[in-house]
Design a binder for this molecule. Structure first.
Ligand SMILES: [Zn+2]
Ligand SMILES: [Zn+2]
Length: 157
């Protein structure tokens, strides 16, 4: 993928999130816009502390709590995904397309698992829902694998 295409993709991602936020009646402060930009453009699944670190360059007065609040708002409207590592730290993904994550239990690295067009929500509706003991309606889902990344695996022995 070339850089121009990548920029275009994160631009439209940014526009999608901004228009959803406006539609849902949330205000769009410059800090909030910057947080959205950082998460929409990032491929590295940052934690709130990572986002805070980047944000402080342009907004030195911002608090970590503000960053948390904004990220959980974005997560509540399903525009970012929360990923939990085994160390129980929360990371954020601005890429809400269908993909899973392979998480390293040792260094905490999060690697995207491209699952293509497989419709997990549809799979749930048709194959899994009938096995539930009560009604359930999906808003979002996660697909997480836990193990070791290549370099942690090779340094194990
Ligand atoms: Zn690792
Ligand atoms: Zn991801």
């Amino acid at each position: 993928m070339n850089l121009t295409k990548q920029n275009k993709q994160s631009d439209s991602r940014l526009n999608d999130i901004v228009s959803k936020i406006k539609k849902m009646g949330y205000s769009l402060t410059p800090q909030r816009l910057e947080i959205i930009k950082i998460v929409a453009e990032s491929k590295s699944h940052p934690s709130a502390t990572d986002v805070y670190g980047k944000l402080k360059e342009s907004y030195p007065m911002i608090s970590l709590n503000t960053v948390y609040k904004n990220l959980s708002m974005l997560s509540s409207i399903h525009e970012v995904k929360e990923i939990r590592t085994l160390q129980n730290s929360v990371h954020y993904d601005g890429d809400i397309s269908a993909h899973g994550h392979a998480i390293c239990e040792k260094c905490g690295k999060i690697i995207d698992v491209k699952i293509g067009e497989f419709d997990f929500a549809g799979f749930f509706e048709t194959k899994i829902k009938e096995k539930l003991t009560e009604n359930y309606y999906i808003n979002s889902y996660g697909l997480e694998f836990y193990g070791l990344c290549g370099s942690c695996y090779n340094n194990k022995f």
